[in-house]
Design a protein around this ligand. Structure first.
Ligand code: GTQ
Length: 350
């Protein structure tokens, strides 16, 4: 017997006596635990709206929004089967509300965002105010805010939900409460929040700004305004080689991200433009508002068009080639990486 095998045997015997005490030797796992670069378990993935839509509408014939509470097809990362997550930390799903339906009022610790894909007359009520949601709008549902959704049009209303459920799941802090009524009572006129907070003005009494806790008091950022801001910005400067023309959704009170756990922004890439690869530690979900593009994530390239959704795991080189003028919505866990001090970004030389 060589000295090596006997050393191994002695160690294994020792490890065997550790395990009944619920202990394990760090040195056997340290190289897997601490690596020189982040390694995502999630894989890139694209959901084509032409695949999602017919299945979503079919689900509309199987279960009502009220019965389902939320009739959503979860966009589940292939690396995490059964785990209702789209990246390691983010959840995305596609929600359908049919004409006349109501998704009942409830509240939960996870924060939610909506990105409107289809339908003109869907609404959501958050904290006593209703907003009508139009395609391309970005809507915030803060943690523990009552919310219910409805559709007063004669066509389906469809949006992407983005939630931080996997993050809160890690902290074992996911819980919810159902409302006594199907819908919450509405105490403020539609448009109140954006009038007070979204016009470059703020209420003179500072207290009001904290209506939605750590979230932006603007809870619907209309696409019309976002798009205009991007189009005009793109006229006034050359696009950033890595980010093209990108504006982030900001909290007007403190200039920070609009939500405390999820960063959101929109990127405009003009037809014919190609971005230079960039990577960052945050994982992302992208939804196409307008345009045709190809996005490369690591070794994988996807063609995307309106309403397609893509999962982008952390620390993978990404670049976008626009075939027509593109407007791309993103949400990511970047704000958490920044707050906790481990956000990193790397840009390939031009
Ligand atoms: O609309 O409140 O996709 O509670 C998952 C959980 C949406 C919602 C989801 C939810 C909601």
């Amino acid at each position: 017997m060589t000295e090596d095998t006997s050393t191994q045997e002695v160690r294994q015997e020792f490890y065997g006596r550790l395990s009944p005490h619920s202990m394990t030797p760090l040195w056997e796992v340290l190289k897997d635990l601490l690596k020189s670069e982040p390694e995502a378990k999630a894989v890139p993935y694209r959901w084509k709206y032409s695949d999602v839509r017919p299945l979503l509408l079919e689900s509309g014939g199987l279960v009502t929004a009220e019965e389902a509470e939320r009739r959503v097809l979860v966009l589940e990362n292939p690396s995490y089967p059964g785990q209702t997550r789209t990246t390691a930390s983010l959840y995305a799903g596609i929600q359908l509300i049919l004409p006349g339906e109501v998704a009942p009022a409830h509240r939960h610790t996870p924060s939610a965002l909506r990105f409107l894909l289809e339908g003109e007359q869907g609404f959501t009520a958050v904290g006593g105010e209703r907003t009508i949601m139009k395609p391309g709008d970005f809507i915030i549902t803060p943690s523990w805010a009552w919310h219910d959704h409805g559709n007063e049009s004669d066509g389906p209303v469809v949006w992407m939900d983005g939630l931080d459920i996997p993050m809160l799941g890690f902290y074992e802090a996911v819980f919810m409460e159902g409302h006594n009524d199907l819908q919450q009572s509405v105490g403020r006129p539609t448009g109140d929040a954006i009038a007070r907070f979204g016009q470059g003005m703020l209420p003179i009494s500072g207290d009001e700004a904290h209506r939605y806790g750590q979230n932006s008091p603007i809870f619907n950022y209309p696409y019309e305004r976002t798009r205009e801001a991007l189009v005009v910005s793109a006229q006034g400067e050359d696009p950033d080689p890595h980010l093209a023309t990108t504006l982030r959704y900001a909290n007007p009170v403190d200039g920070g991200w609009a939500m405390p756990t999820m960063s959101t922004w929109m990127t405009h890439v003009k037809a014919g433009w190609d971005t230079t690869p960039i990577r960052s530690t945050d994982s992302m979900v992208m939804a196409v508002a307008e345009g045709e593009a190809s996005i490369t994530i690591g070794d994988t390239t996807y063609d995307v068009g309106p309403r397609d959704v893509v999962a982008i795991p952390g620390w993978q080189w990404r670049k976008i080639r626009a075939k027509s003028d593109c407007f791309l919505f993103f949400f990511s866990d970047r704000v958490v990486h920044e707050k906790l001090g481990f956000f990193r970004e790397e840009r390939q030389a031009i």
